[in-house]
Design a protein around this ligand. Structure first.
Ligand code: ATP
Length: 336
């Protein structure tokens, strides 16, 4: 049995996570869920968005399956997602975006994995005002050789283990000569240790243009924290939207699996949220645990349902009357 901390999260979180948990339970009897709270709802109830019980559960289980958590914009508590990544040193954020036959998009053949550095860069939280009037603000980015090396190593190892051919580092070393420059230097050094994998480097703004014009040229992308955050929403858009993209946050001694999207307050309570991203995060978790048979079973069923296009949520088929719950039921039926 694997003990997994389950955080259902805010907004659409509880509804999509319930569907995902049902599907995982139908495919594997080896997961023992330990439910814990975090996010805006926890904050309103307990005055903290990250209660001690939740931290104790993750500390003990070292594997968490998490729904989206709302982060207040511009004020209020800091992102719990960022806090968890930093606390458990979950340095590798892996976000795959692959074309689904059943999701209509501008491209037919996208298969990109973003490997985002998850603990450094501009998201370390070193921000403050420089004046009493709060009219000048400053933010510091931190990039270390150690942090850069382990994430680029992770990307190349991922490429090797998953039979990928190419790793592209996306950077802004022409302007950010120290922070992005260090990351690029280290990437070049690591790349030299993997001669069997093609290495490419692209400036981040040009990367965005190339991703939109010719996404098929990309395979694995490795980049710093904020660029990875932005690029992964872009790649989500290339394959059918945020409702489809899972994310794994991996460290040396803990791992947390979640959707790339947020709590989507605009569609909360309507039974229209697409559960695919969290279901595929569950697939990544099962693969991480070595439960590959269960993972493949779920993946095939999800592919079948999306390819058929009938029992999918309205973001994938605007004429569909299928809701979150019904899509989950169709996936379970397809697994039989
Ligand atoms: P948060 O503040 O938690 O980041 P948000 O609404 O600002 O929430 P997202 O939740 O990432 O950011 O949502 C961006 C857009 O994508 C929203 O219009 C939302 O409805 C849509 N969206 C996100 N997740 C899904 C999903 N699972 N299914 C359908 N649409 C989704």
């Amino acid at each position: 049995m694997y003990n997994v901390t389950l955080i259902k999260g805010d907004g659409i979180g509880p509804s999509i996570m319930e569907v995902a948990v049902k599907i995982i339970n139908a495919a594997s009897t080896k997961i023992n869920w330990e439910e814990a709270e975090a996010g805006m709802d926890a904050y309103n109830k307990y005055g903290t968005a990250l209660p001690d019980e939740t931290l104790a559960s993750i500390e003990k289980n070292r594997i968490a399956f998490k729904g989206p958590l709302t982060t207040p914009v511009g004020k209020g508590f800091r992102s719990i997602n960022v806090a968890l990544r930093q606390r458990y040193d979950l340095y590798a954020n892996v976000r795959p975006a692959k074309t689904w036959k059943g999701a209509q998009t501008r491209y037919d053949n996208v298969d990109i994995v973003i490997v985002r550095e998850n603990t450094e860069g501009l998201y370390v939280g070193l921000e403050h005002y420089l004046t009493k009037e709060k009219d000048i603000a400053e933010s510091l980015a931190v990039v270390t050789r150690k942090g850069s090396e382990r994430i680029v190593e992770y990307a190349f190892n991922y490429a090797k283990e998953n039979r990928r051919k190419k790793v592209t580092v996306c950077h802004k070393a022409n302007i950010l000569k120290y922070t992005s420059g260090l990351f690029l230097d280290v990437a070049r050094e690591v790349a030299a240790r993997y001669p069997e994998i093609e290495f490419d480097e692209k400036i981040i703004d040009a990367s965005c243009m190339h991703l939109v014009m010719n996404p098929e040229q990309f395979d694995v992308i490795v980049t710093t924290n904020m660029f990875g955050d932005i690029l992964s929403d872009l790649t989500a858009g290339l394959v059918g939207g945020l409702g489809l993209i899972p994310g794994a946050n991996i460290g040396d001694s803990a791992a947390l699996f979640e959707a790339v999207h947020g709590s989507a307050p605009d569609i909360t309570g309507k039974n229209i949220a697409n559960p695919t991203a969290v279901i595929m995060a569950g697939v990544m978790m099962l693969n991480h645990l070595g439960e590959t048979v269960a993972a493949t079973k779920i993946q095939r069923a999800v592919e079948k349902i999306i390819d058929e296009g009938q029992f999918v949520t309205p973001d994938l088929n605007p004429n569909s009357k299928t809701g979150t719950i019904e899509m989950g039921e169709a996936i379970i039926a397809a697994m039989q």
